[in-house]
Design a protein around this ligand. Structure first.
Ligand code: SAM
Length: 285
């Protein structure tokens, strides 16, 4: 899930976390269904690409682990001690049902206050979650505290849409609707913009003792029939929760009227979403 920064207004960490907790308790598992249906060009999912960044780590913590999809990939890759933290218990219930996570330490809580001892992980990961977190300096400080010296930190954050494809079209059509939402229905601002860019992440991470990040951008393929793409797009943006039924229906009509211009000969429209992967290491002392 992601959010359009332009549709938001300043708000407190409390309001943002209450929104996220409520949303994810109501719709557990939604993110992983979308991500697992959207491979990269090489067939891997975003979870597999991120897990590869910490290959060989034995003890791994996932910040904003939700239903445990990334933890399951890490377990399959050989990580032995897994832990996850998430605001939403509803998501964690799904994670607890995964046989591969039977021994994982799954906690409901805030990444800003990690309930784990100093130096207890070889790697910390976070997939599409760090970018939603407020007080992100505190998240970074806690990550540095729980990592062993030399430990790795690998995050995937949203990198926006591919121009000329369906997600870009959707955003172009949706922005006027998002802007027209009255203040009493608008959603809180989510996260800190710095956690979405390479420069911003270096600004946050290096004072806490991390090396400058290595950075790669991959594109996940969310293409399909116009109807299928509409569903995946409405699932992908938190902003959709602010629209009422009538606005959603009108936006759907607009999208399905414009989408045929993108159709390829197989009846599919392309819809790429970029994922930025940042990986760093805690400087050994
Ligand atoms: C877009 S979902 C991504 C879930 C999962 N990482 C994935 O990609 O499948 C973001 C998740 O981060 C969690 N989250 C957001 N802020 C958090 C915080 N401060 N502490 C712990 N979890 C948080 C939300 O509850 C939600 O489950």
């Amino acid at each position: 899930m992601t959010a359009t920064p332009s549709s938001s207004r300043p708000d407190s960490a409390d309001a943002a976390e209450a929104f996220l907790r409520d949303f994810h308790n109501r719709t557990p598992g939604r993110q992983s269904v979308n991500m697992e249906a959207a491979p990269l060009g090489d067939g891997r999912t975003g979870y597999q690409v991120l897990a590869a960044e910490v290959a060989g780590a034995r003890r791994v913590l996932d910040l904003g682990c939700a239903d445990g999809a990334l933890l399951e990939v890490l377990a399959a890759a050989g990580a032995e001690e897994l832990a996850g933290i998430d605001l939403a218990d509803g998501e964690l219930e799904f994670a607890r049902r995964r046989p591969a996570l039977a021994r994982a330490d799954l906690r409901q809580g805030r990444a800003q206050e990690l309930p784990f001892p100093d130096g207890s992980f070889d790697a910390v990961v976070s997939h599409m979650a760090l970018m939603l977190m407020h007080e992100v300096e505190q998240v970074v400080a806690e990550t540095a505290r729980v990592l062993a010296p030399g430990g790795r930190f690998a995050v995937a954050v949203g990198g926006g849409s591919v121009p000329g494809e369906a997600m870009s079209l959707f955003l172009e059509l949706a922005r006027p609707y998002f802007k027209a939402v009255p203040p009493e229905r608008s959603m809180p601002r989510l996260g800190d913009r710095r956690s979405r860019t390479r420069e911003g992440l270096d600004e946050l991470l290096t004072p806490a003792g991390f090396e400058p990040v290595s950075w790669q951008t991959v594109t996940i393929d969310m293409g399909g029939t116009p109807e299928r793409v509409w569903i995946s797009l409405t699932d992908a943006f938190y902003d959709m929760t602010a629209l009422d039924e009538d606005q959603t229906a009108r936006l759907r009509t607009d999208f399905l009227a414009a989408a045929p211009a993108l159709l390829d000969p197989t009846g599919r429209i392309p819809s790429g979403m970029r994922l930025n992967l940042a990986t760093t290491r805690l400087a050994a002392v």
